[in-house]
Design a protein around this ligand. Structure first.
Ligand code: NAI
Length: 340
């Protein structure tokens, strides 16, 4: 049995880490066949739109993709491919597991939390206009439907993963209507359907302080789009950085796109310095997802083999420079493959 998936190498460090990840997947015998499609600057360079219809169509068909990071110009230029992809495919739930790894020394041990981010609304709606010269309004959108959808999804996910607590980060003291709506929905879903899972509410500023004081007290964090974007990177910093933080985006119609939390890292692109682990861990999430969806034990075993191999490499000090090691992107992939 093998599954077809789209692969988007992306921009900057994207092609390097994608190649390293695909090599490890092949060496591990992952039951995956990838079909490569462009997006981002890579698509523009081929004379295509930044998010080609053919790429969207392929993901809609296979309902599965592994995606490298795509560059978005700052303060002008084209709109984000990443946001476009999430909106066009209605990938409303972003899941970012954050856990301590043996061999990656950080201030805290035993961090094991998951950030769930609503992926389609909030300030990411990109609705901005200049009201009069010198005055810009950026609209933060919240709908009852999307707030209810992500709350249901998060509680279902928590139940499935046998997690005990969801903490909602919000700013409903100031944004009484918008953030108030997401908070109300989380409370309602908790009360009506999932009273056995604890619900905690924290105003996001205090929540961030508690995160850096003791992240081990958290289990699942649920929040709206922009908060989730920022807090994901904060959480990455707690366990070793962006090189070790994977992610997945899930949609309503069964589409799932797996990508690292980090971006295209133009400062280190093309130098063999990028850590491919966050993308490899995203691929590991894809294998667990396939195992869940299809009851396929071979995908599960493959994911476990990959995890044991990279954990072994890290514990043995075989690491890329972002983690204090000496290895290049390719050498780290080799170190993982040698342990499979
Ligand atoms: P970034 O995540 O690309 O980089 C932040 C810092 O982390 C940089 O110093 C970078 O070298 C380092 N870093 C990131 N990934 C790394 C890895 N795998 N190994 C070693 N070091 C790593 O964030 P930045 O610089 O703010 O954004 C760069 C571009 O990426 C922008 O165009 C942004 O829009 C885009 N981006 C794309 C995302 C996506 O495709 N999902 C997510 C975040 C940003």
């Amino acid at each position: 049995m093998s599954y077809k998936a789209v692969c988007i190498p992306g921009d900057g460090i994207g092609p390097e880490i994608t190649e390293a990840t695909l090599r490890v997947l092949r060496a591990a015998g992952a039951p995956l066949e990838f079909e490569e499609h462009p997006a981002g600057v890579a698509a523009l360079e081929k004379g295509l739109p930044v998010l080609p219809d053919s790429t969207l169509e392929a993901i809609s068909r296979h309902k599965l993709a592994l995606k490298g990071p795509c560059t978005t110009p700052v303060g002008g230029g084209f709109t984000s491919v990443n946001v476009g992809l999430r909106k066009r495919l209605n990938l409303f739930a972003a899941v970012r597991p954050v856990r301590s790894l043996k061999g990656v020394k950080t201030r805290f041990e035993d961090v094991d939390l998951i950030v769930i981010r609503e992926n389609t609304e909030g300030l990411y709606s990109g609705l901005e206009h200049e009201v009069v010269a010198g005055v810009v309004a950026s609209l933060k959108v919240a709908t009852e439907a999307a707030c209810g959808r992500i709350a249901h999804w998060a509680f279902r996910f928590a139940t499935h993963r046998k997690r005990r607590k969801i903490t909602v980060f919000h700013k409903a003291n100031i944004l009484k209507l918008g953030d108030g709506m997401s908070l109300r929905n989380a409370r309602r879903v908790h009360r009506e359907d999932y009273p056995n899972i604890d619900l905690e509410e924290l105003i996001i500023d205090a929540g961030c302080m508690r995160l850096v004081q003791d992240p081990t007290r958290f289990d699942i964090l649920l929040m709206e789009n922009l908060y989730g974007d920022v807090v994901s990177d904060l959480c990455a910093g707690l366990v070793g950085g962006l090189g070790v933080t994977p992610g997945a985006n899930y949609g309503e119609d069964g589409a799932a796109v797996f990508e690292a939390v980090h971006g295209s890292a133009p400062d280190i692109a093309g130098q063999g310095l990028a850590n491919p682990l966050a993308l490899l861990m995203s691929a590991e999430m894809m294998l667990h997802y396939l195992a869940d969806q299809h009851g396929d034990a071979s995908s599960e075993r493959c994911a476990e083999r990959i995890r044991a191999a990279y954990e072994g490499a890290l514990e043995n000090g075989e690491k890329t420079r972002d983690l204090g090691g000496e290895l290049s992107t390719e050498q780290f992939a080799q170190a993982v493959m040698a342990r499979l």
